[in-house]
Design a protein around this ligand. Structure first.
Ligand SMILES: Cc1cc2nc3c(=O)[nH]c(=O)nc-3n(C[C@H](O)[C@H](O)[C@H](O)COP(=O)(O)OP(=O)(O)OC[C@H]3O[C@@H](n4cnc5c(N)ncnc54)[C@H](O)[C@@H]3O)c2cc1C
Length: 505
C-alpha cells in the first residue's frame, strides 16, 4: 500500500482526556477536512505509574474507556494506536517509523485543549515540534464549555475573578450567546449518534487504519492489553461501566432525578446526584453534552433542580478557571496568609482518617465509601476534608493527595478547589472561623443514619438518634472511640488560623 500522493494525505487525532467519538470537536473537524482519513493516537507515559497520587482504579476506568473507544473507532473504519511512552517520545518514534517506511507524515495533528499547567506546557512544546516537522496543528475546546480566557472581567479590582458569584454571572452571559448555544446543539447531534450506536453498528465514517499505512497492525495495542491485564489484577474495587454508552445510560438515569436535585443532592443516602464526574474526567461525557441532553440551554425557565445542576456545572468550570489563572494553586495555598499554617500532621490520626476509624461515624462512612467504591458524595467530601484540616490539623495537601489516590473522578482542578475550599486556604473558600461540626452535619444530612449504616456495618444496631455522636454506652464493641474531641480541636484550629490571618492583615 503506497501513500505517496496528495490523495493519500491523512490526519492524526491525539486523544487525551476526550475519549469519545460523539461530538468530539477536533476529531469531527479533522474527519470533515480529511474525508475520514483520520487515525487516533493515545500516549501513556509509564512515568505516570510512579506518580505518588497514581490511582489504580482511576487508571482502570481510563483503560476500560480506551478499550471502548478503540472498538468504536475500529467499527467506524478508523483505529487507535496506543503508545506506552510520553507524547514527545511517541510522536518522535512514530514520525521516524513513518519516514523509515517511506510513508508521508500526517498532514495535520489535532487535539482538544486541556487547562492543567502540565498539559499547557506539553501542548505548547509539541505544537512547536510538529510545526518544525512541517505538520499543521489544530486544537479545539471540549471539556470546558466557556474557556477561561473568554470570561473577561472589568478592571476593578484588577486581575481575574476570585469569587464564584460574579464569575458565574459572566459565565451565564456567555452561555446565552448564539455561539455557545450552537456548540451545545452540536453535542445534541453527538448524543443522537450514541443512541444510534446503542441500537447496533453504524455506517463507517472513517476511511483509514494504521494497518493500511504500515501494512501490519500498529504495535501498541498488545502492550496496552498487557498493561490492562496487569493493572486489573491489583484493582480491589468494582469499576463502573465506562465509555460513551455507559455515559448515555447515566444521563438517562439522572433524568429521573434532576428535578429533585436541589434538595436531594445533599443527602448522601439518596441517589440524588448525577454521578457524571468519572465520565467528565476522561471526556466520555462533557458539560456541553449534559446541557444538551437536558435541553438546559433552550429552556425558558429551569426547574429548581435543573438550575442547581447548572450551577454545579459552572462550579466545575470555575475550578478550571482558577487553576488556569493561578497555576500555583497546584502547589500552594491560594490565600497567602495560610501558606505557612503550623499543621500538626500526626501520622496516627491521618491513618485513622484514611481507614475510616476516627470514631466519628459520618467521617468513617465517607472514608470507607471512598476506599470501597472510588467515589464519595460531595457533602461528605466537604465534611471529611473539614475534619482532616480543622479537627485533626493535618495539611490539606495530604488529604488532596489521598483523594487523588482513591477517586475514580480524581481531577486536579476540582480536587484542589474542594480541598482549598474546605481548608479555608482557597479563593471563595469557607471562612476559617466557620468550622463544620461533624455530628451536626451528620444529623442534618443523614438523620436516619442510612448512609452511615451502609458503610459502617458495626453500627447497624445503633439507634439513629444516638449514632451521630456516640457515647461510651451506645458504642458497639469493635468501633473506635472518637480520636479527638471536636469542641476542643475547633478552638485549636481557630487559634492556628487566627494567628496567620492577623499577621498578614
Ligand atoms: C474535598 C473535595 C474534593 C473534590 N474532588 C473532586 C475531584 O477530584 N473530582 C471531581 O470531579 N470533583 C471533585 N469534587 C467536587 C464534587 O464533590 C464532585 O464533582 C461530585 O461529588 C461528583 O459527583 P456527581 O457527578 O454526582 O456530582 P453532581 O452533584 O451531580 O454535580 C454534577 C457535576 O457538577 C460538578 N460539580 C459538582 N459539585 C462540584 C463542586 N463542589 N466543585 C466543582 N464541581 C462540582 C462535577 O463536574 C459534577 O460531576 C471535590 C469536592 C470536594 C469538597
Amino acid at each position: 500500500m503506497s501513500l505517496d500522493t496528495k490523495a493519500d494525505a491523512y490526519a492524526v487525532h491525539w486523544f487525551r482526556r476526550d475519549l469519545r467519538v460523539a461530538g468530539n470537536p477536533a476529531l469531527s473537524r479533522l474527519r470533515d477536512e480529511h474525508q475520514g482519513r483520520v487515525l487516533g493516537v493515545f500516549c501513556f507515559d509509564k512515568a505516570f505509574l510512579a506518580r505518588p497520587d497514581f490511582s489504580l482504579a482511576r487508571f482502570q476506568f481510563f483503560i476500560d474507556t480506551l478499550k471502548s473507544l478503540k472498538n468504536e473507532l475500529t467499527a467506524l473504519g478508523s483505529d487507535l494506536m496506543f503508545c506506552d511512552i510520553g507524547p514527545d517520545e511517541a510522536f518522535n518514534t512514530l514520525f521516524r517509523e513513518l519516514k523509515g517506511a517511506g510513508k508521508p507524515l500526517p498532514e495535520s495533528i489535532a487535539w482538544n485543549r486541556d487547562y492543567e499547567p502540565y498539559a499547557i506546557d506539553r501542548d505548547q512544546r509539541l505544537q512547536k515540534w510538529f510545526h518544525e516537522q512541517g505538520v499543521h496543528t489544530m486544537s479545539e475546546r471540549d471539556h470546558i464549555l466557556i474557556e477561561p480566557h473568554e470570561i473577561v472581567k472589568g478592571t476593578k479590582p484588577a486581575g481575574p475573578y476570585q469569587i464564584f458569584t460574579p464569575y458565574s454571572r459572566k459565565w451565564l452571559e456567555q452561555f446565552q450567546t448564539s455561539a455557545v448555544q450552537a456548540r451545545i446543539d452540536e453535542q445534541k447531534r453527538g448524543l443522537a449518534y450514541v443512541r444510534k450506536l446503542r441500537k447496533g453498528p453504524v455506517e463507517p465514517s472513517f476511511a483509514l487504519t494504521w494497518a493500511k499505512i504500515f501494512g501490519r497492525e500498529a504495535n501498541g495495542w498488545s502492550v496496552f492489553e498487557e498493561y490492562s491485564a496487569q493493572n486489573l489484577k491489583n484493582v480491589t474495587i468494582p469499576i463502573p461501566p465506562a465509555g460513551s454508552l455507559a455515559a448515555l445510560a447515566q444521563l438517562e438515569t439522572f433524568k429521573k432525578h434532576i428535578d429533585d436535585f436541589a434538595d436531594a443532592r445533599d443527602i448522601p443516602s439518596l441517589e440524588g446526584t448525577s454521578r457524571f464526574s468519572p465520565f467528565f474526567k476522561n471526556g466520555s461525557l462533557t458539560t456541553g453534552q449534559a446541557l444538551a441532553f437536558f435541553d438546559l440551554h433552550r429552556k425558558e425557565k429551569l426547574t429548581k433542580g435543573e438550575a442547581k445542576f447548572l450551577t454545579e456545572l459552572i462550579w466545575r468550570e470555575f475550578g478550571y478557571y482558577i487553576l488556569s489563572k493561578h497555576p500555583r494553586v497546584e502547589r500552594e495555598a491560594f490565600d497567602e496568609r495560610f501558606r505557612s499554617l503550623e499543621w500538626g500532621n500526626r501520622e496516627d490520626w491521618f491513618e485513622a482518617w484514611k481507614t475510616g476509624k476516627t470514631g466519628y461515624p459520618i467521617i468513617d462512612a465517607g472514608m470507607r465509601q471512598l476506599n470501597e467504591t472510588g467515589w464519595m458524595h460531595n457533602r461528605v467530601r466537604m465534611i471529611v476534608a473539614s475534619f482532616l484540616t480543622k479537627d485533626l490539623h493535618i495539611n490539606w495537601q495530604w488529604g488532596e493527595k489521598y483523594f487523588m489516590e482513591k477517586l475514580i473522578d480524581g481531577d486536579l482542578a476540582l480536587n484542589n478547589m474542594g480541598w482549598q475550599w474546605a481548608a479555608s486556604t482557597g479563593c471563595d473558600a469557607q471562612p476559617y472561623f466557620r468550622i463544620f461540626n461533624p455530628a451536626l452535619q451528620s444529623k442534618k444530612f443523614d438523620p436516619e443514619a442510612k448512609y452511615i449504616k451502609q458503610f459502617v456495618p458495626e453500627l447497624a444496631q445503633v439507634a439513629p438518634k444516638k449514632i451521630h455522636l456516640l457515647d461510651a454506652q451506645s458504642r458497639p464493641r469493635g468501633y473506635p472511640a472518637p480520636i479527638v474531641d471536636h469542641d476542643v480541636e475547633r478552638h485549636v484550629a481557630l487559634k492556628l488560623y487566627k494567628v496567620k490571618a492577623k499577621r498578614e492583615e
